[in-house]
Write a protein that binds this ligand. Sequence first.
Ligand SMILES: Cc1cc2nc3c(=O)[nH]c(=O)nc-3n(C[C@H](O)[C@H](O)[C@H](O)COP(=O)(O)OP(=O)(O)OC[C@H]3O[C@@H](n4cnc5c(N)ncnc54)[C@H](O)[C@@H]3O)c2cc1C
Length: 397
Amino acid sequence: MQLKDSYDVIVVGAGPAGSSTAEACAKQGLDVLVLERNQEVGVPKRCGEGLSHNAVMRLKLDLPKKCIAQEINCAIVYAPNMKRIDIKFEGTEGYILERKIFDKWLAYNAARAGANILTKAFVHGVIKSDGFVKGVAATIMDEEREIRSKIVVAADGAESLIARKAGLRTNKKLNLVDSGLQYEMGNIKLENPKRIELYFGNNIAKRGYVWIFPKGKDIANVGVGIVPGSGKTAKQYLDAFIESCDELRNGSIIEVNGGCVPVGGLMKNMVANGLVCVGDSANQVNPIHGGGIAESISAGRIAGDVIARAIDANDFSARFLEKYNKIWWKERGEKLQRVEKVREAFEKMSDGQLNDLIDVLSGEDLVAFTRGNNLLKLARVMIKYNMKGIARAVGLG
Ligand SMILES: Cc1cc2nc3c(=O)[nH]c(=O)nc-3n(C[C@H](O)[C@H](O)[C@H](O)COP(=O)(O)OP(=O)(O)OC[C@H]3O[C@@H](n4cnc5c(N)ncnc54)[C@H](O)[C@@H]3O)c2cc1C
């Protein structure tokens, strides 16, 4: 592949957000370059790899079998007192992916659509002039390069630097980022490999939860997400949980992944002159479960359409690109903002209050809340159980 001096669009990062944006742009005939700092797309994975069937249908993803490690048809949610809600589905309700393959599949799709993708290409700066971002400075296979573009896409993940370098305020408040740590474990005892398990409680995972996402009959991603500054590290919570669990205690750790997960702070503005921000870099994650794969793909597609229109109109200004903010907020943001209220409510509850809720909520209720639906029921139950103050504080009452 011959690297050119300029492109219509440069996408920084080849995660789900970057590859989806690149594919959408390339499908509209744009000249696209994707720069990925790692030497292999999808590696290392930093993800529990869970994706709902609902999201697959909504996004019309023609998911190849090789991307799926395990199909899921039920779930258990444990309250702090270990009371449980069983959620059973008619058929396959979700997937534990093999992200190392899935991310590559997305990248190949972008490449097939015509995007040029380069790995081992670290973007360390943006070129700015006349108040516009006009390209990037990058180290590409040990060689320094400046490459121009009409629009740069910051798809560089949760620790994004690119948007900030371009002048966009993407600073994440500490309390709006979960610290995640996960082990991919082998030789564990799973009662049902088609079932995911979630454990809540302030002693188990302050503000977050522990997950067991099976990838085979004796393999699973076992992870924890917590609010930072809770006195213990994510590793301490995760190790304590594993030690307490007969099914996991003797398992082997085949892989360790960690990273931060935005769980709020949805950005009203995700564009600047010559720049669009997508995926984790714009905090586009479901605030209650931390899932960002589907959100990144949705946002990438919306961004791709708006970028194509901007290039067609020869207008790369923030004022034009604003359309992306508007469409994304209408299609995804408003829903995710409702979900954020649910997360805020749960995080303010004591273990006792969480136990009370588990007694009266069903699996369907929990699934609805994670999608920003049926919040009236949550508000009613909270009021019944003397949580009016919390409901009011988060805007549910
Ligand atoms: C522990 C953990 C568990 C998770 N579990 C789930 C889950 O089960 N389900 C789910 O849906 N989501 C989960 N997530 C969230 C999910 O992983 C992200 O939301 C998703 O990957 C976001 O996609 P993205 O493309 O925005 O960012 P990323 O996937 O992070 O991709 C960003 C890419 O940009 C590259 N990059 C960064 N900086 C530069 C640079 N300067 N130059 C060039 N390239 C650069 C990176 O190498 C990376 O490849 C989890 C996250 C964590 C941390």
